[in-house]
Every structure is written in structure tokens, then in C-alpha cells.
Design a protein around this ligand. Structure first.
Ligand SMILES: [Zn+2]
Length: 271
């Protein structure tokens, strides 16, 4: 799988612009490798539990299956103790993925794979690296007064906007690897926080239509909702579900899915 297969157009545009800055990605990659990756890996080894072929081999095998489907090296995998279902990744040279205990406990194997594939989508798209590039530029800008204090707010808003678009790219990776139906089931569980999410995996897609009607009922509602999400790092759950429901009709989704699961009846899953 290529990063460009799954990248949201606006995510692709933002990273394309950052790649044009000479040496900045090499500088950030080296900085991450010698500093933050080592520091955080130490924290993970110190506080979390590492999963591998000999400990929780089923979960580790799922990660290996996911990375094989995507075509990236298998990162280190850790579990941390948290009642909130969540996961994150960090690193560029030696990336790792961390999943919460609640997520491991409440999601079934396929749903967990969706989450692992989402995190590996961030690795494939180099979101951590380019996130650090943006952060470096922002700090340089602030230190040298290029970005004035009055502009810091808009820059931060732009970063959050890109962050939300990068989540859509990672979601596409998850849907491509596990299939859009399983992706929707995992999103529903993330939104609910329950082990039993009922029998309608498209619940959030349907709710998205109600949300959009609410959002678009008048200009005041639009302003309210746009202001609410402006500082979010992730899109709303309903929009994540809705975006994948749209993307599943694309040729790219069908092509990747056909190569990963050639026997799947794609059209049987259309909601
Ligand atoms: Zn993410």
C-alpha cells in the first residue's frame, strides 16, 4: 500500500508543502531518533507492558498481519493501563504503537486490528515526523518573532485542522486493511466505550446524517459547530464514520480491498 493511496487530499497537500523545505525532515528525523524516541521508548519499557511473539502472541500476530498488509516494518507494541479505549503511535526511525488495556479487553480481534491499522496508517503517512516538522517550524517562528503572538492562534488552528485531516488518512488505512464494516464497528465501540455495541455497525453513519442536518439548519448552527471543532485534534466520531462510508465507494478502496481480501463481496457491505 502506498501512502498516497490512503491520504486525504488536504493531508497530502500539507505534507507535500513541508517536504519542499530543504533538510527539515532529515533534521527532525535525527532529532527524534536521538532524543524523543529513546526517551519515550524508555518510558514505555518502564511503565507499560511490551507485547511480542512470546507474550500475548495473538495480539502481536494481529499487528504483524496488519503491517504485512500495509507493507511496513512491524513496530514495537505496548499495552498501558487505562479505562478509556485509545491507542497512539510515536516515532519515525523506530516507531512504536501503544494500545490501552480497555481497548484490548472490549474489542474483538478484528476491531483491534482496525485500531492497529489506524496507528500503522499514521506510520505509513509519516504523520509523526511531519507533525514534529510543523512543531519545529512553529517554535522557530515564535523564537525569532516570525510568528507574532497574534498569529500563534491561527497557526495552532491550522495545525489542528491538518491533524484532523491526517486522522481521516489513518482511518482510510484501517478501513482498507480490515474492511469498512469492521472499521465502523470499531468506531462505534470507541464512541460508546462498551464491549457490546449492539448489532448495527452503521449507527454512527446514520447519526452523521442527523448531525449534518443539525449543523446545516442555519448559518448560526454552522458557526457554532465550526467553532466547537476548531480546537479538536480529531474529527467528530460521526464524521469519521461518514468519511469512510463515502470513501468505501472509491476505486482506490475497492482496489486495495480486492488485493487484501479477494474473496470479499464488496457490494454486500454497502449500507
Ligand atoms: Zn489517529
Amino acid at each position: 500500500m502506498k501512502a498516497t493511496d490512503i491520504m486525504h487530499p488536504e493531508d497530502q497537500k500539507a505534507i507535500g508543502a513541508l517536504k519542499k523545505i530543504p533538510f527539515i525532515d532529515e533534521m527532525c528525523r535525527s532529532c527524534m531518533e536521538i532524543a524523543y524516541e529513546k526517551i519515550y521508548r524508555g518510558e514505555n519499557l518502564g511503565m507499560m507492558v511490551k507485547v511480542d511473539n512470546s507474550y500475548m502472541p495473538e495480539l502481536y500476530q494481529d499487528l504483524k498481519d496488519v503491517t504485512k498488509a500495509i507493507g511496513i516494518n512491524t513496530p514495537e507494541l505496548f499495552i498501558y493501563n487505562d479505562p478509556v479505549m485509545n491507542a497512539f503511535t510515536f516515532g519515525e526511525t523506530n516507531p512504536y504503537v501503544c494500545v490501552s488495556s480497555s481497548l484490548v479487553e472490549k474489542m474483538n480481534r478484528e476491531e483491534r486490528k482496525a485500531i492497529l491499522a489506524h496507528e500503522c496508517g499514521h506510520i505509513l503517512c509519516q504523520h509523526v515526523l511531519y507533525g514534529s516538522v510543523v512543531e519545529t517550524l512553529r517554535m522557530i517562528g515564535e523564537d525569532f518573532g516570525i510568528i507574532g503572538y497574534t498569529l500563534t492562534g491561527p497557526v495552532k488552528l491550522a495545525l489542528q485542522y491538518w491533524s484532523r485531516r491526517s486522522e481521516y488518512s489513518a482511518d482510510r488505512c484501517a478501513a482498507a486493511v480490515v474492511g469498512e464494516r469492521t472499521f465502523q464497528a470499531s468506531m462505534l465501540k470507541l464512541a460508546l466505550g462498551l464491549a457490546d455495541a449492539g448489532n448495527d455497525p452503521y449507527r454512527l453513519v446514520k447519526q452523521a446524517k442527523e448531525y449534518h442536518a443539525h449543523e446545516k439548519q442555519d448559518i448560526w448552527s454552522r458557526i457554532q459547530q465550526n467553532c466547537r471543532v476548531a480546537f479538536f485534534s480529531h474529527p467528530q466520531n460521526v464524521n469519521r464514520a461518514y468519511e469512510i462510508d463515502r470513501w468505501k465507494k472509491s476505486c482506490t478502496y475497492k482496489r486495495i480491498r480486492q488485493s487484501i481480501a479477494p474473496n470479499e463481496n464488496l457490494y454486500g457491505n454497502i449500507s
